[in-house]
Write a protein that binds this ligand. Structure first.
Ligand code: FPP
Length: 246
């Protein structure tokens, strides 16, 4: 999707915003390569982009944003890149107070924590606690996250309850799955944005995007600006959502 430039967002219907936006922030590496820079520079620029987008989404009144920061498959990258990303994430969490100061953003991490360093696990707890009483946008950082793993975990919990006689398998409902996901209690994703021209889900929120409108943007993530977020929301608002109806 190539966007035309629009100056303001007065045409956006603020009463019909996506409640939950999912973002696959793709293209950091290519952004760096185009500039003859190391991949780490792309991730650093990507983190800056992220701050601006979360701030803008919060200012607009979006309630939830989930960003794909590190997948369960990303461990396959060179150790130096994994280390860089982990340090960047750590800094982001430590500085959450400062970087999102006054933004009223509530930060949560979703994904499997046990493979993360103890330091990171502690910092996640700290940042979550520090921002837990904030009333603005909820930002889920998908960190060591995999959609299939999330569903397997939900299945395990439900099987245990069935084995304990607390749940009749014939009575299983969608809500039982919802309640056992990392995003329990949150609305499903309404708008999914992926940058860099790739058109895949890459194991991101497989259950939660069931009825999401998907917008694939050609820009690389570090080039994605608040005006591009506005354009994605315009596209979302231009689509007729039917949820299987007519
Ligand atoms: C995909 O680009 C991006 C990632 C795997 C990491 C996303 C991380 C950030 C945007 C910055 C850190 C995040 C936080 C929350 C501080 P890629 O590396 O696959 O790019 P390529 O496909 O062009 O190689």
């Amino acid at each position: 999707m190539f966007f035309k430039k629009k100056k303001d967002n007065s045409d956006i219907d603020m009463n019909n915003l996506p409640q939950h936006i999912g973002v696959i922030m793709d293209g950091n590496g290519r952004w760096a390569k185009k500039r003859g820079l190391p991949r780490s520079a792309g991730h650093k620029a990507g983190a800056e982009s992220l701050k601006k987008i979360v701030t803008e989404a919060n200012n607009m009144g979006v309630k939830y944003i989930t960003v794909y920061a590190f997948s369960t498959e990303n461990w396959k990258r060179p150790k130096s890149e994994v280390d860089y990303l982990m340090n960047l994430l750590m800094d982001y969490l430590i500085n959450a107070e400062k970087t999102l100061a006054g933004e009223n953003v509530r930060i949560r991490a979703i994904g499997s924590r046990k493979e993360l360093s103890e330091e990171m696990q502690e910092q996640i707890k700290k940042t979550e606690k520090l921002t837990s009483d904030r009333t603005g946008i909820v930002m889920n950082i998908a960190l060591n996250y995999g959609g299939r793993e999330e569903l397997i975990n939900a299945a395990k919990q439900l099987c245990k309850r069935a084995a304990a006689g607390e749940l009749d398998p014939d009575e299983l409902r969608e809500k039982d799955i919802d309640d056992n996901l990392y995003t329990a209690g949150q609305p499903e994703v309404d708008l999914l944005i992926r940058t860099s021209g790739e058109q895949r889900l890459s194991n991101f929120m497989l259950w939660q995007v069931s009825y999401a409108e998907m917008v694939f943007v050609n820009k690389l993530w570090p080039d994605f600006k608040p005006a591009d977020l506005h354009e994605c929301i315009r596209i979302y608002q231009g689509r007729g959502r039917r949820f299987g109806g007519i």
